[in-house]
Design a protein around this ligand. Sequence first.
Ligand code: ADP
Ligand code: MG
Length: 661
Amino acid sequence: MELSTIKGLGEKNEKLLQQCDIFSVEDLLSYYPYRYEFLNPSTKLFSDEKMIQAVNAVIEGEAKVSYIRRNFNSLRFRVLIENKIVQVSIFNRAFLKPNLTLGREITIIGKYNEKKNQFVANDIKLNVVKESKITPVYHLVRGLKNVNFENWMLDALRKPITLVDKIPDHYLEQYEFIPKSKALQYLHKPQSAEEVKRARLRLIYEELFDFMFKILYLKEKETKALGLERDLDIKKVEEFISSLPFSLTEDQLKAIHDGLDDLQSERRMNRLILGDVGSGKTIVATLLMYANVLAGYQSVMMAPTEILATQHYLSLLKLFENYPLHLELLVGSMKVSEKRKVLERIQTGQVDIIIGTHALLSEQVEFANLGLVVTDEQHRFGVNQRKNLQNKGYRSDVLYLSATPIPRTYALTIYGDMDTSMIEVKPNGRKPIITKLRKEQELKEVLAAIYEEIKLGHQVYVVAPLIEESDSEELKDVNLLKEKFELAFRDKVSIGVLHGKMKSNLKDEVMKSFEQGDCNILISTTVIEVGVDVKNATMMVIFNAERFGLATLHQLRGRVGRNDLQSYCYLISNQDSERLHVLEESNDGFYISEKDFELRGQGDLFGVNQSGDMTFRVADLKRDYKILLQVKKDVAEFLESGAYLRNSYYMNLVQTIDFTN
Ligand code: ADP
Ligand code: MG
């Protein structure tokens, strides 16, 4: 149903709603509140300093605004509560001033300090709230207010709309779930906390059921899918292995053998290599690409950034220096003429191994006989992007590499549609990275440590969370840090700067000078997060470490410790959080992810939010893990019994999956 049928929803708002992925009334109703405000306003002040309270008050004095910093102001006014004059302050609400007229009754929400007779508000309701009320709170975009959503939802709930219920009848009955329409009612206009709870439970189950169905159906399909059956030249592969400058770990060898078996089998390979940062996944993929080329097919490897793709390309060029293999790089920033040449060479089969970025997904890229598709850092790509590349070949085998160290149990569920090889032990000779948590005041010590490393001829990464100067002084940005460092080190060191907004040729230049050791310190944003490999780098310094998830920090730290030198990591943060100590304690990605899961929930753990694969509206994999396990059983039963064949939603879904895979 069209959005314009909703009362008070004009064209301008329709545009704004599109930013929330809302294009219809159905979408609107599926836009769930992310939290609720339980307001039970009182006319009395409680003297408990720590308690957040909602109080009704009458404005008694004119409001005054003071501007503290750019984008930071304070609004102050007096109110009357129970015959008592109280001073109220609230930050960044200067715009409310015209509404705060003398004598107006409002509800203020915040904390009261009796000694100072001061009420620090974090919210003000201009229309006084008389009775206790539950307000759903929605994620907003600029230009939309929460009350807009509240009103539109009320109208939408009255429309004769039925949203598909993805829970099959059998399970609806078994668990006595409320019907979908009722759940929406409860969610957008709850009368009690109990209603919210009941609605959420069934929506979580529904969301996970749908998610799990896709995974298990794909898995079943993949196990049947035909691949390319090849005769492999195992002897040549083994020769290559023994020519490597290092010996492979047992886990690496196991992963290679799993992969070789897949290549030989008539079944299509659909394998994930899961291994912590620095565990040596690239060489495993390289060997399999080589085996595939020997069997007469092209191999392609897709990486999420140009830096990474280029690095893979250069290191493979070196590895295959003495082999009659043709390699090419394909990235977005290449000149059109250059690209055209490469495209032609790919199409005519003159290239054996192609390495590139998203640029590979372009329609113009056609392969002569693609046999193996490798996706590095697979969590950075959406399912469709991965499939898109795979579909450029006929029955191509598929290999994914991922360093997202997620707890094993979760991995098995989430990656349930793939075969998995784990690389758990890192190559020998690696010393654990010594990690230290330091406060900003202790920067001197850190600078001294950096200088020690540089004197030894080693290199240092410095990571800052933001690119541009920010309003918040807490956050360091790369340029500011550069100045600071230059001041500290004078001309004794050379410093490079790297961030996402730079032109890619400039980025490459900086990266190259760091790789060649011309530059001692590389200050960057998290663009270096994935994959970059500079063996001589032995120290990682991360500012505002509290801003990052443990998984990200661990990945960043993994940029050092890439040879047998002792490496260090400094986490700079003024907050003393339990979370960050986990990194001091451990270098084990799986352990860290387990802890992260415990402390934060699914959060940024998977790093996949960008790709949209794993974003849930109501479910949370950690919190709802038990439900997920039950759902997995139910879905397996639903598939096996063939009941899905009689369910129109799932039949449609199956057709879509079949069509795109
Ligand atoms: P990741 O798994 O994070 O992608 P890489 O594949 O980039 O890790 O490997 C990290 C580094 O370790 C690379 O420089 C690689 O050449 C090296 N390496 C890989 N396997 C071994 C091994 N068995 N022994 C020593 N070094 C290795
Ligand atoms: Mg890698």
